[in-house]
Ligand binder design. Structure first.
Ligand code: MGD
Ligand code: MGD
Ligand code: SF4
Ligand code: MO
Length: 750
C-alpha cells in the first residue's frame, strides 16, 4: 500500500520467530497496527500464522510494569526509583551470597519464545554473585530428549528436514498449531497433498495435523511406549532395518534387536489401543521410506515413559538410517551450544540430574522447601513465569514465599512477579534489540537480531541495562575497567576488538563480565545496542564452527576477524542473516561419542523397556476415570506472553475439550460448565464437545488462568493448568512432568 512504512521485526509468540514487517500507527504512533510476513527473512520467507496480528495486545498490555516495585510487609507494592531498586537488590543478593554462599542464589528463565539476549547478559550477574544453579522451561520438556541424544550420539539435539522428506512422522506433536519448524503449515499441506509422500501422526486426539495425515495412529493416551515398541517390532520382524547403516554407524544393535525379535506386535498394538493392521501399515511406510523425518514433542515428552519414548523414537530413526541425508535428521550448527547432556554434578538438595546445565523444574520446589544447608535462598527470575508454568502452582507459590529474596524481571505483572520482593520492569521485545537462539535449520541456518521498533517507554529498561547496573552495583565492573575500552572504541572496530579480547582473556573477573563490557563500551546504533553481546557469541562460534561459517561467507584464519565480519553482517541484516551453511556429509561426522558411532544400547533404558514389556495392563483409579491433557496448544495460545484475554479471537476462556459421548453420559451440553478435579486441585470450566477427542480423554489449553486488570478489578480468565498438576508426577530418569496425563474427574454442576 502506498505510504505504508513497513519496519522489520519478528513474531515473539513461538520459537520460530517468523520475520515480520510491521506498520506503526495509533494516536501516538506506538501501536503495532499492521503486519505481514517478511519475505526477506531467510527462514520464514514471508510466512506467518494468524497470531502475530494480535501482537499489539502484548505491547500495550494493561498490566505492563512501568516502574521498579518493592513489596511492602502487607504484600502490596510500592513504586521506587531505579537507583534505589538496583542498590537494594544488589545488597540483598550480596547478603544472601555472604550468608549462605552464592550457590544458594537460583536463576530461572533467561528467555521466552522470542527473547534470548537477557539470558546472555544474566551470565554476568550470575557470575558476579557466584550463583551456580539454574533452570528454565527446557527442563520440563526437552531434557529427556537431550539426555538420550547425548548418550546415543554425543550430541543432544537433532532436527529433521520435513521439507524434503518422503515420510513425516509426528509423535505427540501438533505442528499445525505449535509449529516449531519454519513455514510449518505450508510444508504440512505439501506433504499431505502429495500422493507419493506419507504423513503419519501419533496423537490420541484427531488434531488439525492428524486431519491432514495419511495415517493417524490414534493412540490410547500415555501408551506411546507400547506403540513405538510395536512399530520397532515390525521393522525388525519384517526385515525393514537398514542393515548397512546399522553396521557402519552404530554399536549395540544386537541387544536392541534381541528385544525386538520377540516382541508381540499384536499385543503391543492392542495395549496402545490400536489395530495391528494400521500399525503394520505405518511401520512399513516408515521402514521403506527413502527419507524419514520425525519430531516428538510434549504429547510424549510430558507423559508416562517420556525418556523411554525419546529413546525408542531414536531407535526408529537410527534403525532405519534416517540421519545424514536430505529429507532426514541432522545435527544443526546453532548460535549457542544450548543443549548438552548430563553433567557430573547433581542438584544440591534432591540430588537430581543436571542436564543441559538445568535443574529439573519439577524439583525446584523441593530444592527450596527443605532444611538442607544448601537449599536455595534467593531466586532471580527473568522472562519466565514459573509460578504459573511449572507443575503444582500451589507448591511453587509456597516455595517462592519461603525464599529470603525473590527478584523478577518482566514486562508485566505476572503470577511470579506478584510473589517477588522486587519487580524490575523490562522494556518489551519491540522496545529493544532482541534475538532468538532457537533456529535449527539445515543446511543453512539463520540468525536474526531485530532492531528495536519503538523508542523505549520511560520507566522500564532493557535487561542488558538492568544486568549492567546490577554488576556495577556489585562492584564486578568498575569505571576503570570500562575506560580503556571506551578509548579503544574511539580508534575504530579493529582496535576495539583487540582491546576487548585482551581484557577478557587476561582476566577471569573481566571474562565473566564480557557481556557488560561489550554493552557499555561498544559503538552501535541506538536501535541495536542490546546486540553488543553478539560479538562475544560470534567469536565463540568462529572458534568452533569455522567451516560452516566460511561456507556462509565468513571465512578466514583469524577467528577474531571472522567474528567481526559475522557480527557486522548480523548488525546490517534487520531481516536476519544466514550465518552457517553445512553439508549433509557433515552430519554423521558430528557424532561425538568416543568411537564415533551411534550407541543403540543404553543399559538403563533397555532395562526400563523390558520392565514395561512385562508390566500388567494398568488399572485406572475409579475416582479419576479421565485422562486430562493439561496444556494444549491452540490457535490463540502463546504460553503467557500475551496476558490480555481479549487477544483471543476464539475460545476466549479456553474450554475443556471432551468427547460428545462422554459429555452425554455426564449430562452436560456444549458450553456448559463442569467441575474438573485432580488429586491436586479442582476448577470450574466450560466444555467444548469435540469428536476430535477420544472417550476418556479431556484437554485444557495452556497459558490460561492469567489474572488481568478489567473495569471491575483483577480477573482471571480460564483455568491455570498447573493448579491441577503435581510435581511428584514426573519422569523417573530426568524429572520431566506428566502434564499430558493427569488423572482427573469431570462432573456436571448446577
Ligand atoms: N499456538 C501455540 N504454539 C506454540 C506454543 C503455544 O503456546 N501456542 N508454545 C510453543 C512451545 S513452548 C512448545 S514446547 C510447543 C509444543 O508443541 P506441541 O507439543 O505440539 O503442543 P501440545 O499441544 O502441548 O501437545 C501436542 C499434542 O500432544 C498430544 N497428546 C496428548 N497426550 C498424548 C499421548 O499420550 N500421546 C501422544 N502421542 N500425544 C499426546 C495432544 O493431543 C497434542 O495434540 O509449541 C510451541 N508453539
Ligand atoms: N501444565 C502445563 N504447563 C506447562 C506447559 C504445558 O503444556 N502444560 N507447557 C510448558 C512449556 S513447554 C513452556 S515452554 C513453559 C513456558 O512458560 P515460561 O517459561 O514461564 O514462559 P512464559 O509463560 O512464556 O512466560 C514468559 C514471561 O516473560 C515475560 N516477558 C515477555 N517479554 C519479555 C521481555 O522482553 N523481557 C522480560 N524480562 N520478560 C518478558 C512475560 O510477561 C511472561 O511473564 O510453560 C510450561 N508449562
Ligand atoms: S509460526 Fe510462531 S513465530 Fe511464526 S507467526 Fe506464528 S506464532 Fe509467530
Ligand atoms: Mo515449550
Amino acid at each position: 500500500m502506498a505510504g505504508t512504512e513497513w519496519k522489520p521485526t519478528a513474531c515473539i509468540l513461538c520459537e520460530c520467530n517468523c520475520g515480520l514487517e510491521v506498520e506503526l500507527g495509533g494516536e501516538d504512533g506506538r501501536h503495532l497496527v499492521k503486519f505481514r510476513g517478511d519475505k526477506r527473512h531467510p527462514a520464514s520467507q514471508g510466512y506467518a500464522c494468524e497470531k502475530p496480528h494480535r501482537l499489539d495486545h502484548y505491547q500495550h498490555g494493561r498490566d505492563r510494569l512501568t516502574s521498579p516495585l518493592r513489596r511492602r510487609k502487607d504484600g502490596t507494592f510500592e513504586a521506587i526509583d531505579w537507583e534505589t531498586a538496583i542498590s537494594e537488590v544488589a545488597a540483598r543478593l550480596a547478603n544472601v551470597r555472604d550468608s549462605w554462599g552464592g550457590d544458594t542464589i537460583f536463576y530461572y528463565g533467561g528467555g521466552g519464545q522470542g527473547n534470548h539476549l537477557p539470558g546472555a547478559y544474566a551470565t554476568a550477574t550470575r557470575r558476579a554473585l557466584g550463583s551456580r544453579w539454574r533452570s528454565s522451561a527446557l527442563a520440563q520438556e526437552k531434557t529427556g530428549e537431550f539426555w538420550v541424544g547425548d548418550r546415543m550420539m554425543g550430541v543432544a539435539t537433532t532436527r529433521a528436514d520435513f521439507e524434503h522428506c518422503d515420510v513425516a512422522l509426528f509423535i505427540g506433536k501438533n505442528p499445525w498449531h505449535s509449529h516449531s519448524f519454519p513455514r510449518a503449515r505450508v510444508t504440512l499441506k505439501e506433504i499431505s497433498q502429495d500422493p507419493a509422500r506419507t504423513l503419519i501422526v501419533i496423537d490420541p486426539r484427531r488434531t488439525e495435523t492428524a486431519e491432514l495425515a495419511d495415517i493417524h495412529l490414534q493412540v490410547r493416551p500415555g501408551s506411546d511406549a507400547w506403540l513405538l515398541t510395536a512399530l520397532l517390532g515390525v521393522l525388525v520382524q519384517e526385515d525393514l532395518v537398514n542393515q548397512a547403516f546399522v553396521a557402519e554407524h552404530t554399536n549395540g544393535a544386537d541387544d536392541v534387536l534381541a528385544v525386538l525379535r520377540s516382541v508381540a506386535v499384536a499385543e503391543c498394538s492392542a495395549r496402545a489401543g490400536l489395530d495391528e493392521g494400521l500399525v503394520r501399515k505405518a511401520a512399513r511406510a516408515i521402514g521403506k521410506a527413502p527419507a524419514l523425518s520425525s519430531f516428538e514433542d510434549l504429547g510424549v515428552q510430558m507423559n508416562h515413559h517420556s525418556t523411554l519414548v525419546s529413546y525408542l523414537h531414536r531407535l526408529v530413526v537410527f534403525l532405519t538410517g534416517s540421519i545424514g541425508k536430505p529429507g532426514t535428521h541432522y545435527i544443526p550448527t546453532t548460535m549457542i551450544p544450548f543443549a548438552t547432556g548430563a553433567s557430573k554434578q547433581v542438584s544440591p538438595v534432591a540430588g537430581a540430574p543436571i542436564i543441559s546445565g538445568l535443574v529439573p523444574c519439577n524439583l525446584i520446589a523441593e530444592e527450596i522447601l527443605s532444611d538442607h544447608p544448601k537449599r536455595y535462598r534467593a531466586m532471580l527470575v527473568e522472562a519466565a513465569n514459573p509460578a504459573h508454568s511449572l507443575a503444582d502452582s500451589k507448591r511453587m507459590r509456597e516455595a517462592l514465599t519461603a525464599l529470603d529474596t525473590v527478584v523478577v524481571i518482566d514486562v508485566a505483572m505476572s503470577e511470579t512477579a506478584r510473589l517477588a520482593h522486587y519487580v524490575l520492569p523490562a522494556s518489551t521485545q519491540f522496545e529493544k534489540a532482541e534475538a532468538t537462539f532457537f533456529n535449527f535449520d539445515f543446511p543453512k541456518n539463520t540468525f536474526h537480531l531485530r532492531p528495536r521498533l519503538l523508542e523505549p517507554m520511560p520507566g522500564p529498561l532493557p535487561e542488558a541495562e538492568i544486568h549492567s547496573r546490577l554488576c556495577e552495583a556489585l562492584g564486578a565492573v568498575t569505571e576503570a575497567d570500562l575506560a580503556p575500552l571506551r578509548e579503544a572504541a574511539e580508534l575504530g572496530p579493529e582496535a576495539y576488538g583487540q582491546a576487548v579480547a585482551e581484557a577478557v582473556m587476561g582476566d577471569q573477573r573481566l571474562g565473566a563480565q564480557a557481556p557488560v563490557l561489550l554493552y557499555r563500551t561498544m559503538k552501535l546504533p541506538e536501535t541495536l545496542r542490546e546486540g553488543a553481546v553478539m560479538l562475544g557469541l560470534a567469536l565463540r562460534l568462529a572458534m568452533k564452527e569455522g567451516p560452516s561459517l566460511a561456507r556462509a561467507g565468513f571465512a578466514g584464519d583469524n577467528p577474531l576477524a571472522v567474528a567481526k565480519s559475522l557480527f557486522e553482517a548480523i548488525i546490517a541484516s534487520p531481516s536476519g542473516v544466514v550465518f552457517a551453511v553445512d553439508e549433509w556429509s557433515d552430519v554423521l561426522r558430528r557424532i561425538a561419542t568416543p568411537d564415533r558411532k551411534i550407541q543403540l544400547a543404553l543399559p538403563d533404558l533397555l532395562e526400563a523397556w523390558r520392565a514395561l514389556l512385562s508390566e500388567a495392563a494398568d488399572v485406572r483409579d475409579s475416582a479419576f476415570p479421565f485422562v486430562l491433557s493439561a496444556g494444549e496448544r491452540r490457535s490463540f495460545t502463546a504460553n503467557t506472553i500475551i496476558r490480555d484475554p481479549t487477544w483471543r479471537k476464539k475460545d476466549a476462556d479456553g474450554a475443556l475439550r471432551i468427547n460428545p459421548e462422554d459429555a452425554k453420559r455426564l449430562g452436560v451440553g456444549s458450553g456448559e460448565q463442569v467441575r474438573l478435579t485432580t488429586k491436586r486441585g479442582s476448577a470450574l470450566v466450560r466444555v467444548e464437545l469435540s469428536d476430535s477427542m477420544q472417550r476418556g480423554h479431556v484437554s485444557l489449553p495452556n497459558g490460561l488462568g492469567l489474572s488481568y486488570p478489567t473495569e471491575g478489578g483483577e480477573k482471571a480468565t480460564g483455568v491455570a493448568p498447573n493448579e491441577l498438576t503435581a510435581s511428584e508426577d514426573r519422569d523417573p530418569f530426568v524429572g520431566t512432568p506428566w502434564h499430558k496425563h493427569v488423572a482427573a474427574r469431570v462432573e456436571a454442576v448446577g
